[in-house]
Ligand binder design. Structure first.
Ligand code: 5RP
Length: 222
């Protein structure tokens, strides 16, 4: 099976997981990236079964609207039963690295609101130890060099993602070679650097369910 076929399989598994629970009032949190795109396209077949979605990026909002799915501002939404999104890496505790698509801050906000965060990923994303994928950090532009120096003090090698501006008007530093021993501590330490908006470690709020695409079928970890 190709990686895209595995992504499609986990996207379908997420649809199968949530659709039976939806009501006409349900609003679904929807993530960003190629796996999330498969999810959006498959979810669209069920658009009559729920009210609408909150998107973690402008790109996903456009894709949802393209299918005729109502997109809500999170500020107008009280309850979000599910958030479905991909990841760049996950460990067995369902702690994640996200932000390869530069949408990490909005992803973290929507994940914080959702009661159940369902991560959908092909098996290449499952790792023993987080950190082979460089950790994305969203930074206020004027703080870029300062934050980079602070990240070096934490043992990382930050690289400015040239030409990328986030949906929030900020920049991304991708941090290589970080020793991610205790992910939650590192997430907090990086977020405490002045000028950091957020970082792509999802450890304080990990996923609740991981649907992992393998050639033997979709595995569920919870
Ligand atoms: C975007 C993300 C994505 O979930 C992550 O990059 C995975 O993307 P893909 O599904 O294309 O492999 O965090 O900011």
């Amino acid at each position: 099976m190709t990686q895209d076929q595995l992504k499609q399989a986990v996207a379908q598994a997420a649809v199968d997981y949530i659709v039976p629970q939806l009501t006409k009032q349900s609003i679904i949190g929807v993530g960003t990236g190629s796996t999330a795109n498969f999810f959006i396209d498959l979810l669209a077949h069920h658009k009559m079964d729920f009210d609408g979605a909150v998107a973690s990026s402008e790109a996903s909002a456009e894709r949802l609207k393209g299918h005729g799915i109502q997109v809500y501002d999170l500020n107008w939404v009280g309850e979000l039963e599910y958030y479905v999104d991909g990841a760049d890496e996950t460990n067995g505790r369902l702690e994640l690295i996200k932000g390869g698509g530069a949408a990490l801050t909005r992803e973290k906000i929507v994940a914080a609101v959702a009661r159940t965060f369902i991560c959908i990923a092909d098996e290449s994303k499952l790792v023993e130890r987080l950190g082979e994928f460089p950790l994305p950090v969203e930074v206020i532009p004027m703080a870029r060099s300062y934050v980079a120096r602070e990240l070096v003090k934490l043992g990382g090698d930050p690289v400015y993602r040239e030409g990328v501006v986030t949906d929030n008007g900020n920049v991304i530093l991708d941090v290589y070679n970080l020793e991610i021993g205790h992910a939650q501590d590192l997430e907090e330490n990086i977020n405490n650097i002045v000028g950091v908006v957020t970082n792509g470690l999802f450890a304080a709020r990990p996923a609740d369910v991981l649907l992992l695409g393998t050639p033997e079928g979709v595995k569920t970890l919870a």
